[in-house]
Design a protein around this ligand. Sequence first.
Ligand code: NAD
Length: 436
Amino acid sequence: MKIAVFGTGYVGLVVGTCFAESGNHVACVDVVEEKIEALKKGIIPIYEPGLEELVKRNVAEERLTFTTDRDKAVKDALIIFLAVGTPEDKDGSADLQYVLAAAKDIARAMNGYKIIVTKSTVPVGTAAKIRDAVKGVTDHQFDMVSNPEFLKEGTALDDFLKPDRVVIGTDDVRVGEIMKELYQPFVRTGKPILCMDIPSAELTKYASNAMLATRISFMNEIANLCERLGADVNRVREGMGSDSRIGFPFLFPGIGYGGSCFPKDVKAIIRSARELNYDLKVLDSVETVNAEQKKLLAKKVLDHYSGDVKGKTFALWGLSFKPQTDDMREAPSIEIINTLIDAGASINAFDPKSISVARSQLGDKVNFCEKNYDALNDADGLIIATEWNEFRHPDFEEIRKRLKDLVIFDGRNIYNGDKVRALGFTYYGIGVKQGK
Ligand code: NAD
């Protein structure tokens, strides 16, 4: 099939590449010329494991192209995906300006029947808004589809190529059949393609992210209770997760959810409901708990030093909002860094993949280090903000040699507190025994 994907970011690039991988001809479109020029030269603008190889192969086999020529991309395609950003607007709702601008670009370029698919996460009613916007520009026939994306950064290729399910919102059976055909190569193990009405498809994405965010905030509250009761959240998590009705995913306590999806999607669904005079009380609390949890690790640092960290330096390992990505959007590390710097401390930061993204956001106020152990030089304590695998089994002897004060603030519970204490460290985790 001939496909165009508008928006060549974390989602659009993966989606376009994976559709090319299954034999389709795909044009990935973006408005940022430097991004497209870089991609044409084989430079991948984001870190996503396995993506570079797949992009190169499909470009070489001439199924995948990158362009800023929106007009040609639309004219050549039957199916056009919208994968542009839907960031948080000032009032917490999803900002649809990029989606509607791209839809108008598509409408202006249409030369015949097209299927326009929203891949971006958009509130219920957006497909209808796009339909109106396109109709206002062109007389050509088209159908709208809502096809929300569930991939996770860090495992995006696997998630897209082997999805748990594909959700397709359409009010036309024939269009549903075309979409099913497109996705057939990815569901050969029997995973379902769920066809439904468009509003249900649009809401499925928000409801799914809201559920996952709820599990995280719930577990963070249980962890905070564990600390007060002298229980160990790791044991509680095992005990809970072993119940087949509960399961283990998304039960890890930490320093709050971040990233480009959960924070904005929880806000947007709350906002959508509020517009209908309905308060999503559970999700209001999920958000409040998360905002507090993001402050927790910096508070533990400040409390350890009785509120005075002036002149102290901290090594911070991990900047991205989770491992295996360079995405810094809403990363908890940002709040920790800003709080400690505002309190007069300095930060030596290391991350395996996100230093250049972090530098563009945080600038000179952070001392970025090339190696994780370099960050420990002249540092008082060590802070773990992202659970990259390479931090899990460090050389504690080396850490001990370099740190001035033997204290670790582990926001991801990657170390065993008792073992670390036996090596002479003071250890703070989340929902476990604190301190000496
Ligand atoms: P992103 O910011 O990485 O990429 C968006 C891209 O769209 C940018 O490259 C931007 O330049 C481009 N763009 C903006 N206006 C355009 C236009 N008129 N025409 C063509 N390109 C245009 O965003 P993302 O993380 O890929 O997210 C895209 C959408 O997918 C969002 O709605 C998001 O909520 C949703 N989503 C994201 C993830 C994720 O993990 N990142 C997962 C599922 C769904």
